[in-house]
Design a protein around this ligand. Sequence first.
Ligand SMILES: *Cc1c(COP(=O)(O)O)cnc(C)c1O
Length: 365
Amino acid sequence: MTHPELPADPSILLDQPPLAPEELTELEGLVRATIGTGNDVIILQAEAILALEAVARAVAAPGTVALNLVSGPYGGVFGGWMTQSGARVTDLVVPFDEVLSVDAVSAAIDELAPAIVAVVHAEAATGGTNPVAEILALARAAGALTIVDAVASVGAEPVAVDDWGVDIAVIGAQKSLAGTAGVSAVSVSERAWAVIDANPTAPQGSSLSLLDWRDGWLRTDRSAIPGMPSWLESRALGAALRRVLGEGIGGVSTRHRRAARAVIAAAGVLGLQPWQGTAAGRAPVVTTLRLPEPAQPSLRDGALGGIISPGNGALFGKLLRVNHTGRAANLDPVLDAVRRLASALGQDSSAAEAAARDAWNDRDA
Ligand SMILES: *Cc1c(COP(=O)(O)O)cnc(C)c1O
């Protein structure tokens, strides 16, 4: 069966030459431009969750004191890997309808004096975005190595690796960059390499090894790419990054912000509350809406189609996700979502659609 949204002839995907070394080098440059860094960039031949595990295992030496900031499911998973690698990890956890407070992070840094501070920028699952610039400034001032999961935020809001002093940033392409899921990227500062070199348990000779990529590719004459990189996914990453950079990160971020604003405005008309309490904590990548209690049966499982999906895991039955992400960060998909919500609530959609249009067009907001 061919997916209805695909061209009739998917053989366009076949018969491409393998990835050339020059193409991989160019990809690294596109990633650098996208996240604002002059650091080394490694393109990993796997989805971003593997890149995050590779990072956790690279930096977490036995006994290392790490502060892991958790405002959603991905933060929790990252701390688990650092613990498995022997680090002494303290999770600072906030309820998933909140984001991190700078004061709480500051107190935790003062108390623990961590060697590592890890934070997720935006969590697509909760629709929350953390005040990372402030948090990273505190972590840097305390001398900690800084790690940011920017998989969900990149493209939807600015990610400024060098300006923020991020030692390691991880991105994927399939969220706001509107690319595919099969390759991901990690930026690594010189400070981070020193920490990884000093970790006797940092993976080597492993698919999870950042060191293998540094020593087998970055620091070579780059005449041969190690292993067999996925040429389809790698080229798709390049196409996604070129498209985003062509529109401009600012333009893409603005589309996401306008879409989020439109959904919140329409939801208000329909009597639905945002899941994230504070406006500053709402991520432009995905807007989450609190399900009423009890929720109408038609809303409860969240299977409303279009760009709406139910909460993941423990968030199922608590929230709905409006995934105005990537190409869907546009008025038409948002209006379609508003009509689906209104229909599930048994309401006429016209006032909510009008509110969405107004909010989308309100360039001053
Ligand atoms: C989606 C996501 C990931 C995982 O990315 P995959 O490409 O699905 O592996 C990691 N972190 C955050 C914050 C995400 O939103």
